[in-house]
Design a binder for this molecule. Structure first.
Ligand code: G3H
Ligand code: 13P
Ligand code: ZN
Length: 326
């Protein structure tokens, strides 16, 4: 058993309490490799933002969970080193879309400080029972747990849901009472991936449902998945260097900024980072076709990712400058 506290990591409790009070949201950025991790830590150290490092099931099978955990552990030292002082930004290591009690348990025993148990596709009573089982185990080690109610459209855990099933505000109190989760992911029109809205439709999320949920559970931390904005300049860059992304549409940054001021305390972003890296790599390949040193294209990709994440912390989530709040 490795306890995350021995690795210098933190859970989400204090992060969310401060985010709620300060009207901002904590960035939850996914990582699968060293360059992504470096970009996240550089961006968050430079903007003085707390951060949640997210590892999905796909990331664990791509990179190996031992390597990922050592990277996250190294991230604490790395943040201290590049921060140039004694203080280190709060870093949480979180399991994204945990699919079972066993997966969550293994991550908790492996040094994760926070886990998501995603029972959103299960019937309500089963979701409660499974989430509660994870909470009972996790809380023994002061690991925080995110649950989910409602189903996002798009691909989630290799399952394609055609339509959103919005979270029902009338169910949230019973879910919290039955599970004792620390935060709740909700479905209000965000979705995973780069194709969130059909062209010609109204690209808006349901902030009215969010407001209704907040009324039912005031002061409780809410999580938004599927919150990439799919920046159109990056899509254009990819396409101008040979890419073929058609009708890629994301969530407007103004809507996310609005949500971050409410009880939304955690905003998940992965696809935007994938786009930024792809744009930078395509540019190098198109402009310097003789280049074959991976550092010469992964380096620019890392820089593009860092700039994107700095922008998110400063202008979208509002988390910049809050790392050392008392
Ligand atoms: O929720 C999905 C995240 O973007 C992780 O994606 O399962 O392809 O690693 P992944
Ligand atoms: P995006 O695909 O919108 O970046 O969402 C990521 C996410 O929700 C990870 O859990
Ligand atoms: Zn997600």
């Amino acid at each position: 058993m490795i306890n995350y506290k021995d690795l210098g990591l933190v859970n989400t409790r204090d992060m969310f309490a401060k985010a709620m009070k300060g009207n901002y949201a904590i960035p939850a950025f996914n990582f699968n490799n060293m360059e992504q991790l470096q970009a996240i830590i550089q961006a968050c150290v430079e903007t003085e933002s707390p951060v949640i490092l997210q590892v999905s099931k796909g990331a664990r099978s791509y990179a190996n969970q031992t390597l990922l955990r050592y990277l996250a552990q190294g991230a604490v030292e790395y943040a201290r080193e590049i921060g140039g002082g004694d203080k280190v930004i709060p870093i949480c290591l979180h399991l994204d879309h945990g699919d079972s009690f066993e997966t969550c348990k293994s991550c908790i025993e492996f040094g994760f400080s926070s886990v998501m148990i995603d029972g959103s596709s299960k019937p309500f009573a089963e979701n409660i029972a499974e989430t509660k089982k994870v909470v009972d185990f996790a809380h023994q080690f002061d690991v925080t747990v995110e649950g989910e109610l409602g189903v996002l459209a798009g691909v989630e855990d290799d399952v394609q849901a055609e339509e959103h099933t919005y979270t029902r505000p009338e169910e949230v109190q019973a879910f919290l009472a039955g599970t004792s989760v620390d935060s709740l992911a909700i479905s209000i029109g965000t979705s995973h991936g780069a194709y969130k809205f059909k062209p010609g439709t109204n690209p808006k999320i349901r902030l009215d449902i969010l407001a209704e949920i907040e009324q039912k559970i005031p002061g409780f931390p809410i999580v938004l998945h599927g919150s990439s904005s799919v920046p159109q300049d990056i899509v254009a860059q990819i396409n101008s260097f040979g890419g073929k992304l058609k009708d890629a549409i994301g969530i407007g940054e103004d809507q996310l900024r609005e949500a971050a001021k409410s009880a939304v305390c955690k905003i998940n972003i992965d696809s935007d980072g994938r786009l930024a890296m792809t744009g930078a790599i395509r540019k190098v390949f198109a402009e310097k076709p003789a280049e074959f040193d991976p550092r010469k294209y992964l380096g620019p990709a890392r820089d593009a990712l860092k700039e994107l994440y700095k922008h998110k912390c400063i202008n979208v989530l509002g988390s910049a400058g809050h790392a050392f709040d008392k």
